[in-house]
Design a protein around this ligand. Structure first.
Ligand SMILES: Nc1nc2c(ncn2[C@@H]2O[C@H](COP(=O)(O)OP(=O)(O)OP(=O)(O)O)[C@@H](O)[C@H]2O)c(=O)[nH]1
Ligand SMILES: [Mg+2]
Length: 245
């Protein structure tokens, strides 16, 4: 079971006796957790705004390419903007080591049994950064298409990464996540020739749950499409019109 939001196998464990009481208690605890998280997220947002830091929360299923996208983005934009990264994973500092190799400051947060980052973890993780000189903060969430959707971290935008190997119907199956995201990076497009993945169908499904979502088709392996993503980031940081399709 996730130690923070309480999701996981124990959720399925209902006794006949006291079932309604158990449900009511669970809902009350969830409400308390989210209320507390929202308060802390607002604190993060106020801090980021005061320091003029643009913060993005990258969310996706495990392995869609979040870290690879960040590695390439930091190598290409790291000299233009002062960046930092918070890496969320249940265990290991593998991703933090990959980011550190780009020369950008990084902090790994291990959630243990937890299946998402929360605002409290982020507020502590940023303590290690020189916030006065920071412009762009990337938060790579734990790979999970469910729980991170409910947890505001104080970010400016959630960016959902979906790779073409996952199937085009994921926005319909996990609508909360794609509704919470303002941007979607459709990654691993270099693999399209080998798959049945229908790009247009996927984009239509994403827009069905989130009509205003901005979609960038990218390959973080080859770099295809990454310039459009960089264009959007640059415009957000320097002011200017939104791009994307
Ligand atoms: N072909 C191809 N492979 C990619 C691309 N982007 C990432 N990968 C591969 O996908 C695998 C997972 O990439 P990661 O960047 O570690 O994915 P992640 O979303 O950070 O994974 P977690 O942090 O574990 O959730 C690696 O083997 C990458 O090399 C891409 O654009 N094309
Ligand atoms: Mg990763």
């Amino acid at each position: 079971m996730c130690t923070t939001c309480g999701c996981g196998p124990d959720d399925q464990h209902h006794h006949e006796h006291g079932h309604h009481h158990h449900e009511e208690k669970r809902i009350a605890v969830e409400t308390d957790i989210l209320t507390k998280n929202n308060r802390l997220a607002q604190g993060n947002r106020t801090l980021f705004s005061a320091k003029q830091i643009f913060a993005l929360n990258l969310v996706s299923s495990p392995g869609s390419g979040k870290t690879t996208i960040l590695e390439r983005t930091l190598r290409d934009l790291g000299s233009k903007f002062r960046c930092a990264v918070i890496e969320g994973d249940q265990q290991t500092d593998n991703d933090a080591m990959r980011i550190a190799a780009t020369g950008v400051p990084v902090k790994q947060v291990n959630t243990g049994a937890g299946c998402h980052l929360d605002a409290h973890m982020v507020s502590h993780a940023v303590e290690g950064f020189d916030l006065d000189s920071l412009e762009l903060l990337f938060i790579e969430n734990v790979g999970n298409l469910v729980c991170p959707a409910s947890f505001d971290l104080g970010e400016n935008h959630k960016v959902a990464v979906l790779s073409v190997t996952e199937g085009e119907d994921k926005p319909l199956k996990y609508p909360q996540m794609f509704r919470a995201a303002d941007v979607m990076l459709l990654n691993k497009t270099d693999l399209l020739p080998y798959l049945d993945f229908d790009l247009e169908k996927c984009k239509e499904m994403a827009r069905r749950v989130s009509p205003g979502i901005l979609i960038f088709e990218v390959s973080s392996k080859t770099g295809a499409g990454m310039d459009d993503w960089y264009g959007w980031l640059t415009e957000r940081l320097t002011g200017g019109p939104e791009t994307g399709s």
